[in-house]
Design a binder for this molecule. Structure first.
Ligand SMILES: [Zn+2]
Ligand SMILES: [Zn+2]
Length: 245
């Protein structure tokens, strides 16, 4: 895609299509992104009910455990505690939640992005917001190349929504940078990119309490790397909040 076509495509994705969809919703009524039935929001109650959560999870890393442990921490967190003190997940990366993530990140469906924001909103409403009253929100940085391909930044959108819902300050995206420019990343193979992924550059002294926001978590390593980097810049208490486990 040449530059003009890519700019036009991004304009379509970011401005024209959401407005058209909004107008369509006003005229026709909204649809659930997953099952297509008329719904008052981007995801209907029945589809939302299909999102699963771990029955037992570690109180530190939030990841699923097969059984209870002595102090509700998983083996990995006991042996090698992460830099963050708690992690909250909206649901398991399977079924409908996995579909929503793929539809948002790969197919770039605005309705799926809207549904994910709503899923996060509901998950947050289950938590005690007063615990986080003095936290500052920081989204996980996304490689520029991926942002250019995608045209939107899901962790940043989730962080905006969280900051709005809990009325917290949100740090600007420029505070944390990944070390590689888009052209440099494009020249690297997957292994080289992986090696440089976690070398975060932090420009300012950070607030003491930080709430990191990401869209997907697998092992928690990425979140832990950023948590460690932020600690070197003054952050002391860190919590993570994300979509899936
Ligand atoms: Zn539905
Ligand atoms: Zn754990």
């Amino acid at each position: 895609m040449n530059h003009a076509a890519s700019v036009f495509y991004r304009f379509l994705q970011q401005h024209a299509l959401p407005r058209l969809r909004q107008r369509g919703n006003q005229l026709l009524g909204r649809q659930c992104f997953a099952c297509g039935i008329r719904a008052s929001q981007a995801i209907c109650a029945s589809c939302y009910g299909q999102i699963t959560r771990p029955a037992i999870c570690c109180r530190v890393c939030g990841l699923a455990m097969t059984g209870h442990s002595q102090d509700s921490r998983c083996k990995a967190c006991i042996e090698n505690p992460p830099a963050f003190h708690a992690l909250y997940c909206a649901g398991n990366y399977q079924g409908l939640l996995a579909e929503a993530i793929v539809a948002a990140k790969i197919a770039r469906q605005p309705a799926a992005i809207e549904a994910l924001l709503l899923i996060q909103q509901r998950a947050l409403s289950q938590l005690d917001a007063s615990i986080f009253a003095d936290y500052t929100v920081l989204p996980m940085p996304t490689p520029k190349l991926r942002l250019m391909q995608r045209g939107f930044n899901l962790p940043a959108l989730l962080a905006n929504q969280l900051a709005k819902q809990w009325q917290l300050t949100r740090l600007p995206d420029t505070v944390v940078k990944l070390p590689l420019s888009a052209p440099k990343q494009a020249l690297m193979n997957a292994k080289q990119r992986q090696k440089h992924r976690h070398l975060y550059q932090i420009s300012d002294k950070l607030p003491k309490k930080i709430l990191l926001v990401d869209d997907i978590i697998t092992t928690g390593q990425t979140l832990n790397s950023l948590a460690k980097a932020t600690q070197q810049h003054g952050a002391q208490s860190l919590a993570g909040c994300n979509k899936t486990t």
